[in-house]
Design a protein around this ligand. Sequence first.
Ligand code: SF4
Length: 288
Amino acid sequence: MIVLRADTLGYCMGVRRALDLAVRTAETVSDRPIYTLGPLIHNPQAVEDLRRRGVEVLPEGDVDGRIAGRTVILRAHGVSPTLRSRMESLGARLADATCPRVLASQRRARRLHEAGYSVVLVGDRNHGEIVAVTGCAPGCSVVGSPEEAEALDLSEPVGVLAQTTVSEEEFDAVCRVLRSRYSRLEIVDTICPATRERQESLARLAARAEAIVVVGGRSSANTARLFRAAQALGRPAWHIETAGELPPEVFGFRVVGLTAGASTPDSIIAEVEDALLGQARTDPGAGR
Ligand code: SF4
C-alpha cells in the first residue's frame, strides 16, 4: 500500500498555539488543578494527555468559586467579555489562548455594534466561538442558513461576519439573501483560511488516492466537514479517531490518502499512517 498524506493536515495555527500554551502552563504552574473552560480542543486523546499533565476540563458554564486562585486556560474559541470579567472577579488567573483570528472577529463585531450596525453572525449559535463573539455585539443575530436570514427583521445598516470555520458556500448563501433585502450592508469575511486550505489540500489528495482516511475527533466540526468533502469527491472515505478504528476494507486499496482535522494531534496521524503501512506489510493482499 502507498499512503499519501495531504500537504496540509492536522493542527491549525490557533490550536497548536493553544496546546503549546497549555503544556507550557502545566510545566510552569505548580498549583493544581489547572483548568480549561470546556475541552481545550475537540480531540479526546489530546484532552486526556493534558489531564495527565494536571490540566482538567471545567464544564462550560460552570464558573464558580473553584477557580479562585487557579489558572484557567482560555481556549482558541475565546470567551465573551462578561465571562472573562466574571472569572477575573472570582480570582482566577487567566492564560489566554484565544486564537488571534477569533480576537480579530471579536474586535470587528464590537466595532460594528458600536457604530450602530445590526450585527449578523453566520454560524452555529451553540459553538463557543459564536457565543464569545455574541458577547462583543449584544443583541446581534446568529443565523445558520439562508432560511434563517430570510426571517430576520433588522434595521439598517447591517454588518455581517462569519464564524471562522463555516464554509464559504454557507456564508455566501446567507450573504446573497441579506444583499437582496438590505441595501446598507457591510460584509466582513472572517472565515479562517485554515479550513479552506485543508479542503483544497483534500481535493488534490483525492485526485491521486483511491480512498481517503480522515482522522479527527468525532465532535470536531471541521473534521466532520472534511469527511463530507471526501465523500463528495467520490472516494470511499472513513472518519476515524484512532488507528484502532481503521476498517478492514481500507487495506484492500493500493493508494490511500490521509488527512486530518485542525484539532488532530500529530502523534495520532503518525499512528494511523504506521498502522496502514504496517498492515500493508503483513497483509497478503498488499500490493494489489
Ligand atoms: S481554525 Fe483558524 S480561527 Fe480557528 S483556531 Fe484554527 S487558526 Fe484560529
